[in-house]
Design a protein around this ligand. Sequence first.
Ligand code: RB5
Length: 166
Amino acid sequence: MTTSNPCAGQDPQRIGVAADHGGFELKQYLEARLRETGYQVNDFGDHRSHSDDDYPDYVIPLARAVARGDVERGVAVCGSGVGACIAANKVPGVRACLIHETFSARQGVEDDDLNVICLGGRVVGQETAWELVRIFLSARFSGAERHRRRLAKVAALEPAGAKAVS
Ligand code: RB5
């Protein structure tokens, strides 16, 4: 891809996924679509669906992997996507959001450097979710000064050393 954007970087290739029982089926579907599209997928669990699992047990390891750069982007799914989003954003360097429409899937990355998309497995259908993930993965942070300035104000709330923007 040619671009005049110096912040565009390489296409993300290493994608992490995580879900509790509320998002398990959608995670499995998205993981299969990601793999068949050529992405390297790291599945942080749950690896089987059982009704008493807890989304932080899977979403937090995913979020930490995103923050470390072990995976370049994350896809976190629970029943509504809300718990996954709340949990992921506790990890410094993670910018997660619940996304159920295409405008924010793109603009969340371009303006806010979104690095974890959160989805509700009981809210969106599989094809809509896959479209949202594809848009999220194809979008790039613009690197515009005004967006960096705003993100720096958010990152200032995080402990020293946390990654501010990509
Ligand atoms: C689990 O039943 C459900 O609460 C969880 O998947 C999620 O929707 C939380 O936000």
